[in-house]
Design a protein around this ligand. Structure first.
Ligand code: NDP
Ligand code: 2IT
Length: 437
């Protein structure tokens, strides 16, 4: 940890992510050979991090400049793989934390994928559609040198959906004169996989089902609070509804809607139109339906049995954790990456609240990206049932591995510890096998 802090001064998010893993991995001491071969020292240092200027022109003809990055964290288990994020808060610390987590998450899927993350310090809400096209083209003018289907395969994340992936892919194809599966999350008609849009949210719901079953509980009838109203939140809500749960909230960066009656399929279809097509604000839901709007608030004050933070990092604090505990919340499932801050995580774990850790619970998205890569490599496409079958199977296996590595003598499961140990085991064994590289 000292090495990480000295080498990456002030990078709080990165320190937090590494500490969260090391606490579990080094507890009880490290194997001599792992120590001699510097496996931990190598695992916490990205293979490389590329930063570059993106110059683009806005609708008024004004030239604008952003900074973009690609952190190629670790390719022990396969080509670098991970999303691109467009958000004002993107910086090296955030991308290193995401790249580090991605390396371990991808290992849990058992698919051949290394870990990476990238993005730009851009606020997509300020850009017109044409501006976004020019921005993506300008970004790809540099990024194309660093990616490839056997090298590094980016995808979406916050602020990057099928629209942006399409612009990026179109520019890659133009620059390189190659039609290759160099990005995932593509449109269905041009190499995308069935079920990729839904995969992260559906996967989180499948993981939750497994977790509850293992604890002798069931999802049916449970009251669920979800944060965010983007890709992960919406499809998580959709699958939870299909599985018989009640979804009482969604949110965005302006506030939370609380629908005590619960969402239904029609309301969710309306939200999809609002957020994914019109790019509107979630507050409008409260005007459309009988629901409260909690301006500037997160959903964690709501009385719920299951909490799904699906928006962004550190969105659930220790005060929120105290409220959830007081409300007898059974489990917190991380749809987003590192949404529970370090103090809240300690508190929830010590109080025995079940945690679905991000690297396990939201692994369904990257897993179906891995399936998209396989389909592209075969020049084939599989139907939605086949992809969903494989997604379910992967989430079942990820859950089983968390149990195998995280179960204590009394039968309780520390899923965060299980996910850390299982993924570290897979990556570190391969690193040992390769020797000092
Ligand atoms: P989207 O851009 O589709 O949606 C993000 C949602 O979170 C929006 O509702 C957004 O609100 C809200 N949000 C973003 N930043 C903040 C913030 N600082 N404070 C409060 N709310 C915020 O992103 P995704 O759904 O794709 O990603 C959500 C999370 O899931 C991220 O942590 C991502 O890393 C993780 N994830 C995503 C995967 C994927 O396949 N897409 C896979 C695995 C994890 P607003 O509109 O106001 O910005
Ligand atoms: O955090 C994540 O796992 C993602 N944003 C998905 C990455 C991917 O390559 O599909």
């Amino acid at each position: 940890m000292e090495l990480v802090e000295t080498r990456n001064p002030g990078e709080q998010e990165f320190h937090q992510a590494v500490r969260g893993v090391l606490d579990d991995v080094v507890e009880g001491g490290l194997d001599d050979e792992l120590e001699r071969l510097g496996v931990l020292e190598r695992l916490v240092e990205p293979d490389r991090a590329i930063s570059f200027r993106v110059t683009w022109q806005d609708d008024e003809g004004q030239v604008r400049v952003n900074r973009a990055h690609r952190v190629q964290f670790n390719n022990t288990l396969g080509p670098y793989k991970g999303g691109l994020r467009f958000a004002p808060s993107v910086n090296p610390s955030v991308l290193k934390f995401l790249g580090f987590e991605q390396t371990l998450k991808n290992a849990l899927t058992r698919l051949p994928m290394g870990g990476a993350k990238g993005g730009a310090d851009l606020d997509p809400k300020q850009l017109s559609n044409d501006e976004m096209m020019r921005f993506c083209q300008a970004l790809m003018n540099e990024l194309h040198r660093h990616i490839g289907e056997d090298v590094d395969v980016p995808a979406g994340d916050i602020g990057v959906s099928e629209r942006e992936i399409s612009y990026l892919f179109g520019q890659y194809k133009r620059l390189r004169n190659r039609y290759a599966g160099v990005l995932t999350g593509k449109g269905l008609a041009w190499g995308g996989s069935a079920g990729r849009v839904e995969a992260t949210g559906y996967g989180a719901a499948y993981f939750t089902t497994e977790m509850l079953e293992h604890a002798g509980e069931q999802l049916d009838g449970k009251r669920c609070a979800i944060s965010g109203a983007g890709n992960v939140s919406i499809y998580c809500a959709q699958k939870l509804l299909e599985l018989g749960a009640t979804v009482i909230s969604l949110s965005d960066s302006d506030g939370t809607i609380h629908d005590p009656e619960g969402l239904d399929a029609d309301k969710l279809a309306w939200v999809k139109q609002l957020k994914l097509e019109r790019r509107g604000r979630i507050a409008e839901y409260a005007d459309e339906y009988e629901a409260d709007y909690l301006e500037g608030e997160t959903p964690w004050s709501l009385d719920c049995e299951l909490a799904f933070p699906c928006a962004t990092q550190n969105e659930l604090s220790s005060e929120d954790a105290e409220t959830l505990i007081a409300n007898d919340c059974l489990a917190v499932i991380e749809g987003a990456n590192m949404p529970i801050d370090a103090d809240a995580m300690r508190l929830l774990r010590s109080e025995g609240v079940l945690i679905g850790p991000a690297k396990a619970a939201n692994a369904g998205g990257v897993a179906v990206s891995g399936l998209e890569q396989s389909q592209n490599a075969q020049r084939m496409s599989w139907g939605p049932e086949e992809v969903d079958r494989q997604l379910r199977e992967i989430m079942r296996t990820v859950h089983a591995e968390c149990v195998e590595w995280g179960e204590s003598g009394d039968g309780s499961v520390d899923y965060a510890r299980g996910a850390n140990l299982a993924s570290f085991d897979r990556v570190s064994k391969a690193m040992l096998a390769y020797g000092a590289v």
